[in-house]
Write a protein that binds this ligand. Structure first.
Ligand code: FA5
Length: 347
């Protein structure tokens, strides 16, 4: 049937009546606000609503019947609208009853959900990666359970060296025996192990950092903990000098602390660097220790198959907890590891 076909008035009224009855029933049946809204759109929707489509037939009513048809249309429209509003009122009234039955006082302040956050050490690690990334250092990883080659020998720490003393390391005697190993595995005591693992697998040049846990049987006090984190840095290239090392440490400290921080180096000793230094930065009126550093010892380069006459490099190892503590004015390292939420929530 073409849309231009004439429509008798009684047919139009019949359609309106049946639509109104259906709408009223649907509104009554809606069990929640969402269903009621869907029903409202179905019947009263301004563009695609069913009332709207019946309304379109008005044009097909004989001219003399139009006033009566228009009147009926308005009447039905109001009826459907009132029926919708009644169901809406009913629903919200039911809701009030439900709240009352639950014995909830909706005027009370709610309970805030506890939103977690990253641990301050994790935050520090992310920030250090970010700063060093901008200086061209890529993150590298190594295992926390190490063999003596990576923790000692390749780092120029021979069997007789006091650093290998069982009192200074967490050896995993049982695990090593069970694995049928002659040598004793241990929890790594420094991230310098990753220097070796990276150089063994990568030809020079190298520019990496490694951030991770290390373990030492140190007695816990305000500045020491038996498990802590280090950031190892390693740069291998040609003709690398202590000046390059100092420049990188200076850029790092300045970025981390947010202002131009003086850096100094003092002579020290590590078996895997020659010369070796301790690096300090000047902060809040005093010199604070960063950690150890130096020019990579030729023996270390040889142990990973590099030619010490062709390449050279620097390395450093910084304590992450100490950096985090300086930034947040934390006075006791133990506070970082007791999982006290009231403490951790501050960062
Ligand atoms: C080292 O561990 C060397 N591997 C660093 C290094 C790397 C030197 C590369 C040369 C080349 P050291 O033992 O000094 O160095 O430790 C470095 C930093 O770790 C210290 O400055 C300190 O910030 C931190 N640290 C050491 N022991 C603890 C501990 N028990 N608790 C918390 N932080 C510690």
């Amino acid at each position: 049937m073409s849309s231009d076909t004439a429509m008798p008035l009684d047919e139009f009224i019949k359609q309106l009546e049946s639509l109104a009855a259906e709408a009223e029933q649907t509104f009554q049946d809606a069990v929640d606000a969402e269903k009621l809204e869907t029903a409202r759109v179905e019947f009263l929707g301004a563009r695609q609503g069913r009332l709207k489509s019946v309304q379109k037939s008005l044009g097909r009513i004989d001219k003399s019947d139009k006033p009566a048809a228009g009147k009926k249309l308005n009447e039905v429209k109001n009826r459907i609208q009132s029926s919708f509003e009644a169901s809406q009122a009913n629903l919200s009234c039911g809701q009030a009853e439900r709240i009352r039955d639950l014995q909830v006082d909706p005027s009370l302040p709610g309970q805030r959900p506890r939103i977690g956050r990253l641990h301050p050490i994790t935050q520090t690690i992310e920030e250090l990666k970010d700063i060093m990334g901008r200086l061209g250092f890529t993150p590298a990883e190594g295992p926390e359970v190490e063999d003596p080659w990576h923790n000692f020998e390749a780092l120029n720490i021979p069997e007789i060296h006091p650093a290998r003393d069982p009192l200074d390391n967490f050896y995993l005697s049982l695990a090593s025996k069970q694995a049928g190993l002659d040598s004793q595995l241990l929890l790594r005591s420094q991230t310098s192990t990753v220097q070796i693992r990276v150089m063994e697998n990568t030809p020079p040049p190298v520019r990496i950092i490694s951030l991770g846990r290390v373990y030492r049987p140190d007695t816990a006090d305000a500045t020491h903990y038996p498990m802590f984190h280090q950031m190892e840095g390693l740069l291998i290239d040609t003709e690398v000098s202590l000046a390059d090392l100092k420049t990188v440490l200076h850029l790092f400290a300045t970025n981390y602390l947010g202002e131009d921080v003086p850096v100094r180096i003092r002579p020290s000793f590590f078996p895997f660097t020659e010369p070796s230094v301790e690096a300090d930065y000047y902060w809040n009126g005093k010199w604070v220790e960063f950690g150890g550093a130096g020019i990579v010892d030729p023996n270390v380069l040889k142990s990973v198959g590099y030619d010490p006459d062709a390449v050279s490099g620097f390395a450093f190892g910084l304590g992450v907890e100490r950096l985090c503590m300086v930034r947040h004015k934390i006075t006791d390292i133990r506070d970082l590891f007791t999982n006290e939420v009231r403490f951790l929530r501050q960062f």
